[in-house]
Every structure is written in structure tokens, then in C-alpha cells.
Design a protein around this ligand. Structure first.
Ligand SMILES: [Zn+2]
Length: 334
């Protein structure tokens, strides 16, 4: 018998793990922070940089007889601003150590400059894939307006893949599983079969494999979906009983959930292959429009990331090739 999400939360509470959902300004809604009552007192992810989030987090900590000053260790699952936004403020109050995958440390420390570079990169990707310039300009200003919800984070405990974070009563193994973002990191409590998975898996929505700059500083874009599928297969092989996600309810059947995510990507890949074959040499923007119609500006990069991700799979399988036509990439069936 698998547990219900409610039973999973109750079981975790007995092990000192408490889910603390805080509000975000984003469509995804609440982001889950997790307090681990252990030594050191640990918080996984922080919520966005806003007064409301800080108030909510403070209130939930107070309910458990803690204040934000008591936090001793902050663990970061990935670079997105709804997860790191309060790091700076929490560290100012508490002096907490900050643990995150070391390969992302430089970028987390330079959040503003990095966000600017990431936006520039996104514009180049969009233009190369046929998105009209006015859409890229609008999207960039939307992105700038969100940036204040982030903040830089100085990582004092850079982690490597496979490294353990040792607390008094437990050990969390660091697992770098990029895909949704290049810095996605899972934390695995093998003894309790509990996995903290950030946005790597979300119970009610498919995580977006966002096209991003690689962490190694090279300018070539990541094959985000290809990487993400590899990462999901590794996670599927784990004996997790509960996966605590960055958004939504705990996942108690991760094997079945990953099966359904993989099947959905397979279907979408075949749909995109069919569109490429029918249309001759569409670009990414045309493919996105064929699938989703004229989406809101804010969705333009997400839908393009989806298209490019599936086209990458087809290119790697040798079924589709990229053809440069002027400054725009077009896809052709082989
Ligand atoms: Zn995320």
C-alpha cells in the first residue's frame, strides 16, 4: 500500500521534517521549504525575496518554536529565484551556512549579473528559433520585473555530486540531477527512503526543462530535455518512498510518475516529428505555434524550450537535422 500525501507528511514530521509552503508571485503558486529539526537546524530552500514570504516562513517557524535567527544551515535545490530569494536575508539574521552544488556557486553569488546574462542568452536562443523581436523585448522586461524576487546567495558549503551532508540524526546524499535547471540537486536520506527533489519532479505538473546556459561557463546551450530524461531515469531507479517536491504535494509513487512523464515526452516527440515532416522545414517558433497557438508572451520561452528539447531528442536519434537558414535554425526530417 502506498501512502497518501497526508500520511507522507505525517511520517516525515515524526522524523523532524516539516513542509513550509510560502507564497510566490508566480503561476506555480506556493513553494515548499522544508525545515529539518536536527543539528544543525536546517532549511531546504527559502522562498522568493518578498515580505509576504518572509512573514509566512517566520510564522511557520514560530509555530514550531523557532525563529529565523535559529536557522544554522540552508540547503539549496537549484538556482531559480523562488528557491533562493530569501537566502541573503535569512543569512543576515541567522549567520547560517549555505550549502549548494559547488558548480553553481559562482552563479548563485552573482545573481543579478547572472540573471542579466541568462536573459541575453534567452533572447539569442529565441531569435535563432524564429521568435519575433518584439516578443523577446517584452519577455525580457517581464523577466527584469521578476528579478527583485531573487537575491544572490553566497555558498559557504559547496557540495559535489555524491557528497553527504551529515546532521546529528541523518545523512543527506547530494545528487546532481540537472534538467529542469543546470543546478538541480536532490538530497537523499537513504535510511528513511526520503528524497528532497526540488523541481526535478512535481506531482501535478510536468517540470519545464528550460533551455539554459551551461554551468561550465561555455556559451553553447544545454540539451535540457535530453539531460532531464537521463536524470529522471536515474531517479526512477531509486528506492524512494517519499519525494518531497519544491511545489505541490509529496510524491509517494515516483516510479509511476516518472513513467507517465517519460511517456508524455515520447508522445510529444512523435507529434513534433510529424509536424516537422508535414511542414517541411519549420523553425522552433512555428512548431510551438502549431502546438499551442499564439501563447501569452510570458509562455514564449517555455514553449520554445519544450519544442527545442524534443527536437534535440529527434536530432540525437538521427531522425531530424538542424538546417541554418539565414540567422534562423530550421528543422528537417532526415
Ligand atoms: Zn525551478
Amino acid at each position: 500500500m502506498t501512502m497518501t500525501p497526508q500520511e507522507a507528511l505525517e511520517q516525515a514530521a515524526l522524523a523532524g521534517i516539516h513542509c513550509m509552503p510560502v507564497p510566490t508571485p508566480f503561476a506555480i503558486g506556493l513553494i515548499n521549504c522544508y525545515l529539518i529539526e536536527d543539528e544543525p537546524l536546517t532549511l531546504i530552500d527559502t522562498g522568493p525575496n518578498s515580505g509576504r514570504s518572509l512573514d509566512e516562513l517566520t510564522r511557520m517557524l514560530n509555530e514550531r518554536d523557532h525563529s529565523i535567527d535559529d536557522i544554522e544551515l540552508i540547503v539549496i535545490t537549484h538556482q531559480h529565484l523562488d528557491h533562493i530569494g530569501l537566502v541573503e536575508i535569512l543569512v543576515e539574521h541567522s549567520g547560517a551556512e549555505v550549502a549548494a552544488i559547488g558548480v553553481a556557486a559562482e552563479r548563485l553569488a552573482a545573481f543579478d549579473e547572472d540573471a542579466e546574462k541568462e536573459d541575453e542568452f534567452a533572447v539569442q536562443v529565441m531569435l535563432r528559433n524564429g521568435i519575433p523581436e518584439d516578443v523577446t523585448v517584452a519577455l525580457r522586461s517581464v523577466s527584469r520585473s521578476f528579478r527583485d524576487w531573487g537575491s544572490h546567495a553566497v555558498v559557504t558549503k559547496p557540495l559535489v555530486d555524491g557528497e553527504g551532508i551529515v546532521l546529528r540524526d541523518r545523512r543527506l546524499e547530494t545528487l546532481h540531477r540537472p534538467g529542469h535547471s543546470p543546478s538541480d540537486t536532490l538530497f537523499w536520506d537513504a535510511e528513511r527512503k526520503i528524497l528532497f527533489c526540488g523541481d526535478h519532479l512535481i506531482s501535478n505538473v510536468s517540470s519545464n526543462p528550460l533551455i539554459s546556459r551551461p554551468l561550465d561557463g561555455s556559451e553553447r546551450r544545454t540539451q535540457a530535455l535530453v539531460t532531464y530524461i537521463d536524470s529522471m531515469k536515474k531517479t526512477q531507479a531509486m528506492a524512494a518512498e517519499i519525494a518531497f517536491s519544491g511545489h505541490g504535494e509529496p510524491i509517494t509513487e515516483h516510479v509511476a510518475l516518472i513513467d507517465s512523464r517519460l511517456a508524455a515526452h515520447e508522445r510529444r516527440k512523435e507529434k513534433i516529428y510529424k509536424l516537422i515532416a508535414e511542414q517541411g522545414s519549420p523553425n522552433g517558433y512555428e512548431l510551438a505555434q502549431s502546438i499551442w497557438g499564439n501563447v501569452a508572451v510570458t509562455q514564449a520561452f517555455l514553449t520554445l524550450s519544450e519544442v527545442i528539447g524534443h527536437a534535440d531528442l529527434l536530432v540525437n536519434e538521427g531522425r531530424v537535422r538542424e538546417a541554418e537558414n539565414g540567422d534562423v535554425v530550421r528543422y528537417e526530417a532526415c
